[in-house]
Design a protein around this ligand. Sequence first.
Ligand SMILES: *Cc1c(COP(=O)(O)O)cnc(C)c1O
Length: 804
Amino acid sequence: MRAAIVAKLMYAVGKNPEVASQRDWFIATTLAVRDRIVDQWMASTRATYESKRKRVYYLSLEFLIGRLLVDALMETGLTEPVRQALDDLGVDLDQLRKIEPDAALGNGGLGRLAACFMESMATLQIAAHGYGIRYDHGLFRQVIKDGWQREYPENWLTFGNPWEFERPEVDYSVGFGGTVETVEVSEEITRHYWRPEETVDAIAFDTPVPGWRARHVNTLRLWSARAPDALRLDAFNQGDHVGALAARVRLEAISKVLYPSDATPAGLELRLRQEYFFVSASMQDIIRRHKQHHGELELLPEKVAIQLNDTHPAIAIAELMRVLIDLEDFGWDEAWEITKAVFSYTNHTLLPEALESWPVPLMERLLPRHMQIIYMINARHLDLVRSKGEHDGGVLSELSLIDESHGRRVRMGNLAFIGSHKINGVSALHSDLVQRTLFYQLNRFYPGRIVNKTNGITFRRWLFEANPGLTELLVDCCGSRVMDDPAALIDFEKYAGDAGVVDRFRAIRRAKKAELAGLIRRRLDVSVSPDALFDVQIKRIHEYKRQLLNILEIVALYDAIRANPGGNWVPRVKIFAGKAAASYHQAKLIIKLANDVARLVNRDPVVRRLLKVVFLPNYNVSLAEAIIPAADLSEQISTAGMEASGTGNMKLALNGALTIGTLDGANVEIKEHVGDDNIFIFGLTTEQVEERRRKGIDMSDVIAASPLLEEVLDAVGAGVYSPGEPGRFGDLVNSVRHHDYFMVAADFDAYYAAQRAVDARWQDTAAWWRSAIINTAHMGFFSSDRAIAEYATDIWGLPAPRMG
Ligand SMILES: *Cc1c(COP(=O)(O)O)cnc(C)c1O
């Protein structure tokens, strides 16, 4: 290993050990480790080719990967050899780790799920490819200035990316705009020729994705946009250098930047271009590979499964139809059967404002042939619905692919549904709601397509890498089997009352909390005690996730402590992290409120030892890895019915945090696994939320009945936390009082009470740690290996993978 690293340093980086910087060592180490992975990668690729087995393609506009060095070392079992080799060279692996920028090609849960799934597909030795976009700039870097969020560009590629392989020869042309020529070949046959107005090249960049123990290595193929050469030559020959360059820049903008919106679609032309760009390139690649290996396109359903991660790649359904009909001479019916058999779609949200739809005029201009095909799919779909006796105009317009109510728009969710053989929700509750609400009508006419696949997380990153101490304890208690089989975690439960194990568990947590306290001191200059309860809410900032509820509870607690500083309070550190979409005014105001409350509370000598509030900037995968093993309490407090699943909830519980949460998303299943006594559930249920919304969302009645909440809202509304600008939070307070769609007021008292139950449990030390151990022990179900095994058999038509 040492020789390999030094050789990379000299011959790939071009540096002497004497003058090499930490970054040079990082690159050399990465390249040396990558070589080992590549050996397995070649073997995997060859084995898949020879077995001619079915392949899975995971299409996602986001992959929130994070750093890869520690991950690669863990997967390959090279951590200790590399650490030793670097030691010998006078280099510290822990320092090198921090040099690597996070690959932040995603916004939040959806992108992180794609990353966990890539890892689990490799672990289960499924032949899979991820397809996405190689954004030059990932999710913005968040800086907090005077308590406000500021967005700065993120430049993960500045110093190169040693993990990827550029494939200049894998270059597909993707068309946009233009016209469709229709030719009547005969009575029955009409041909369509799409003549795009412009094209852009998609260049592949491949990153190998090793699974556990690197038994199998898959590929993440990300596309980068390049203007076609011809463009440059023509214009340059005519002397219009500037015009030619401007045209290049416009085309190459497609892969420049990730849209920084979460749970709301970007809705802009460039976004639709991104979607079609990566879909077209991926479909060309899939079809080329299929033809090369299997020949006939009739065999597609047997050899290819394509998973659509949300509707962002749903245009792939129209694209495959176009390829089969226009380019490969299939008849409509056969093409449609193939398409449905190949595609499946994961729904991630029920929020009406988050459902993707594109204006028909934009589609017609950018993708004229696809628009025709969508009309044709729709016509046949509505014929089928009518043939089954449905003639109600309201029902038909709900079922249609075209939404006529807000201008004419293409509903991507309906397209994804109709063109897929399986549609899945991401938790039991969410899948149930998908069936009962969002796709109620579609489900009537296409029954049996909706299934549930509760999300999961990869334990390699979120347990083994993030928390090696706990991993070691688990191996000691459950045996080394726990490293390969998440179900083996259950054996840890036996130790919930074992004093020796509890002590080790506590010491491991204490060490992680001390590390996090150091990070908090360095980044925020706030000192916090590792002996306090670390209460953590880390996720995108969104009204439905209700950081506001948490902040208002802090204000209430702060007032209560001040009123009785000698009371029997549990010392707490309230930790927040998360980004708000740059254009999301309310969410950014919530960040400001958190910081304003933090400033006042942290300065107050009366509560000094008892309460601290910190907002850690720039939440990303690496920060999550630092916070999660140090968390005692996991805040999962979304308005019931609004969080599709959550995966942060799983990461935290796996590491032994107790959850305070609503009956929403996967919290419901976490509760079933850990048992009612080991989780703090509060608040309205989905049905009660619906009922209250029907009744009206002016909360004057609720607030009048809650002196506690009244006082909190008065204080925030009067500018106690924003003395220089008393009206700053008027909007927030006003919406809680009179337009409380997210039920902050309605759930406040129940939340406050649940927090006091948390205090009581914390003060019963033995009970707390018993619950913590039970949480870890019961998280086996939430492994993404389990989730992927279910996708494999129930959706992709693969044989059951061998688990463990
Ligand atoms: C897990 C994760 C998420 C998703 O968190 P939720 O609490 O499920 O919303 C978002 N961002 C990052 C960086 C994550 O690691």
